[in-house]
Write a protein that binds this ligand. Sequence first.
Ligand SMILES: [Zn+2]
Length: 386
Amino acid sequence: MWKTEYSDDGSVSCRTASLSVTTDTPSVDAFTLKTGKDFTLSTLPVRLGELSESMALKAKRRPHVSEAGDEILIEQENAIPFGSEPVIRRKIRLSEHLLNVTMDIEMRASNEMKDISAGGVVISGTVETVRLTGMPPKGEFTPVFSPEKDFAAAADGTVFYEEAFPPFGLVIASEQSVFELIVGDDFWRWTNAERIGGTSRFTVVKKDGALQFAWQIFTLKPDTEMPAGRNWRLTWAASWHDRASSGKTEKRVFKSVFSLDSADWQEASRAVLSARKTAKRKKSGKTENPVCLCSSGALNTLKKWLRTNLAAAEEGDVFAVTDILPHYCVSAGHMERAKLHSLPHWDLASLLEFKRWANRQLAPRGARLELIAAEGSEFKGFMTLQ
Ligand SMILES: [Zn+2]
């Protein structure tokens, strides 16, 4: 069993990466993550009109190590003592190959809503190529990867992506290793500007030799009434691995397997592409849409499978969820806001959260869960999927 470690200089490390967050020394920095020799991720400050997170009051951060010692949680609070005194909070979780971040921008109603940037991330190091995971083709559910773009050869200022919505994911590669980043299952929050009288803009640009992924989540449209300040939550995650270990397909014996393809999902657990149409005939002849793992019904089915088999788990056993393909879906019911018309999301982060939950159940028995992507899928090796 490996452990995360917390050192006095304000950094924490797991076996594969180290996270620098000033902890005992009050600071206004967000955080920096270093993975091996190749990549360093640092965050950009949140900006609310004239106010910037970099003006925040210095504060201590309290790290919490999980009971098993394999995960660390740091809660960060950056309070801006000007204007309507907004606060930016982050929950940062680090485990062996995964960083999860939940960021809350807390605004009062009086906060001016003209120009809001949620910051973003900068990834520096020996970046050779970048691929983006984008919207599925019309009528399909699985996000698609762009061809590889040559980052190393691109001129400074090259724009790799510019849209009103973020890419679902980024795959950043050096010769040796790969760094991946995804937006959470709350895609609709990232793209909320349109619903409240604004526009949004997400860019991936080469800047000063590094990759900058910037998040302009709200710009008030001209001649539009300014909405009241509101709280805004965004979640995202990152993962890293050696290039050699991506997409490995070794044959293994699993204690118990749950195939997402062969389960008999309820209609309410399936992904939908339009709030009006619920079923769409697919080319393969199946009439039913694929599962959306943001739905509570689907998650309950997975949890029931694990609980049923838990008693038989022994040291070294590996449980597997197989035939995984992430899905895009707009069902507002899956986001537990059924009254709303349509809330676009995708389910990879929800699946990763299920894995975390499952491994907490299995760890005391020395067993674990793996997520296995569909055979031949480009998602093999992506974000800890095998
Ligand atoms: Zn859904």
